[in-house]
Design a protein around this ligand. Structure first.
Ligand SMILES: Nc1ncnc2c1ncn2[C@@H]1O[C@H](COP(=O)(O)OP(=O)(O)O)[C@@H](O)[C@H]1O
Ligand SMILES: [Mg+2]
Length: 231
């Protein structure tokens, strides 16, 4: 059973305005919590505010009202440098397009965020990177340059990279948006395993109804407002 107080993310009364071309309220009073080990999908029509909300939750956007806490740390009001450090340690990103460095080996791509964090030796980081690549079933690709892998393999390497610092939460914006059904199912299965077996927390923006229905919990936005959330 998940503990009631095992909350990894809490956002309270988030309001977000865009000011150009005209003042426009993109997020209206968004409050919810996410518990450790939850696999959550964020859905809603195009333009409903999904990417805007994920941008706030990921600490990339600091121009909002309300408060954001991750791992019991209040992030609202922190400096950009503090937020950058926090993200590297606590948030793993998986995007629609993988953003791997194409000329670098898969191993090196996975190692980079940990080398940047600087808490472990290069040898330890390499060991960790192999472990993540094995978990994702692509350890045999470690020494190839990223641009020689298939799309599905590249996305798995990107997930290994997102996991390298054992983040508090993985955030994805359409993480399967660029994959065919087979690879999309593989990535879904990996997310499911990470949450169920490793207690990883995941929030994924998706427009794929089938994907969303199979997650633990769906949060739906409509015109910047939360439609469904049970907490
Ligand atoms: N940088 C921006 N400047 C002005 N308006 C924006 C900006 N980014 C997004 N919006 C508007 O905010 C709303 C939500 O956008 P977005 O979060 O990208 O929606 P979704 O990801 O759900 O498709 C839309 O009306 C969009 O036009
Ligand atoms: Mg979007």
């Amino acid at each position: 059973m998940k503990e009631e107080n095992d909350i990894v993310l809490r956002c309270s009364s988030i309001v977000k305005y865009f000011t150009t071309p005209v003042k426009f309220k993109a997020l209206n009073n968004i409050s919810f919590t996410i518990q450790r080990g939850e696999f959550l999908s964020l859905i809603g029509k195009s333009g409903s505010g999904k990417s805007t909300l994920l941008y706030v939750l990921s600490t990339m956007d600091t121009d909002y009202e309300g408060t954001l806490e991750i791992n019991n740390t209040l992030l609202t009001g922190k400096t950009l440098n503090q937020l950058s450090d926090f993200r590297n340690e606590h948030i793993g990103f998986v995007f629609q397009f993988h953003f791997l460095l194409p000329e670098f080996s898969c191993l090196k791509n996975v190692m980079l965020p940990a080398l940047k964090l600087g808490k472990k030796s290069e040898k330890e980081v390499e060991h960790d990177a192999y472990e993540k690549l094995r978990l994702l079933g692509v350890a045999d690709q470690a020494l190839k340059t990223a641009n020689t892998l298939s799309g599905g393999q590249q996305q798995r390497v990107a997930i290994a990279r997102a996991l390298i610092n054992n983040p508090t939460i993985i955030m994805g914006d359409e993480p399967t948006g660029n994959l065919d059904k087979t690879n999309s199912d593989i990535v879904f299965g990996i997310f499911r395993e990470l949450t169920a077996d490793y207690g990883q927390t995941i929030i994924a923006v998706t427009h794929d109804q089938d994907f969303a229905q199979r997650t633990d919990r769906i949060i739906e936005l409509s015109d910047g407002e939360l439609l469904t959330s049970n907490r």
